[in-house]
Design a protein around this ligand. Structure first.
Ligand SMILES: C[S@@+](CC[C@H](N)C(=O)[O-])C[C@H]1O[C@@H](n2cnc3c(N)ncnc32)[C@H](O)[C@@H]1O
Length: 199
């Protein structure tokens, strides 16, 4: 049985169709685009959160709120909550509408601002982080995320493509980090799954 209720699936499927159209559009500024998380990645994230018993969830990069809905649904199952960091006020407005339509708004706190700064204001321990902003920010964000994560906490980063300079920089930073254990997972648009080890 699909664990997601039909009324939430309807919102997600509508957004998947919007994203497919959006990816065909030429010349639209990056800030106005959706770039939603791949549905398979979303499903994996939904499973990981439950399996690792994560309650305090953070996402970096909200866009129109597709991943937010998946996280909020997992948070509801776990009795947790989501903190969603986004720099674009227009995106937060759209995401808020979509998450509300899915009936999950009470589970999400939107924090507007540059995640490199807003992350510093979060209170740990955090159980799970989804990093899905622009890839050139990943290494900077990593430095703030690791101390926030509890031992055994998970960090999933989307769009990590070996051979791409920014992705390689992130992969190297993870390899060199003494507190992170990482595996690349070739699902969706390719992700890195990392766990914070005990000190
Ligand atoms: C790939 S999209 C996020 C897609 C979203 N996770 C989803 O599944 O629908 C990237 C988002 O990161 C946001 N972003 C870019 N730079 C940021 C920053 N410094 N702080 C927070 N968010 C940022 C962009 O505005 C954009 O909405």
């Amino acid at each position: 049985m699909n664990p997601i209720e039909p009324e939430i699936l309807r919102v997600l499927h509508r957004m998947e169709e919007e994203d497919a159209e959006d990816r065909k559009a030429v010349g639209r500024p990056r800030e106005d685009r959706m770039f939603t998380l791949h549905p398979d990645t979303s499903r994996l994230v939904h499973i990981l959160i439950q399996s690792a018993r994560c309650k305090s969830l953070v996402e970096i990069g909200v866009a129109h709120g597709y991943s937010t809905i998946w996280l909020a649904h997992a948070a509801r199952i776990m009795g947790g909550h989501v903190t969603s960091l986004e720099v674009n006020p227009k995106s937060v407005e759209i995401a808020r509408r979509n998450v509300k339509e899915a009936g999950l708004l009470s589970l999400v706190d939107f924090v507007l601002g540059d995640a490199r700064e807003t992350l510093k204001g979060l209170k740990g321990p955090v159980d799970f982080v989804l990093m899905d902003c622009w890839e050139w920010l990943y290494v900077d964000c990593l430095q703030t995320i690791v101390p926030l994560l509890r031992p055994g906490g998970l960090l999933v980063a989307d769009n990590v493509e070996p051979g791409d300079a920014e992705s390689d920089r992130y992969i190297r930073a993870l390899e060199e980090h003494p507190l992170m254990e990482t595996v690349p997972v070739p699902i969706g648009r390719k992700i890195e799954v990392s766990m914070r080890k005990s000190e």
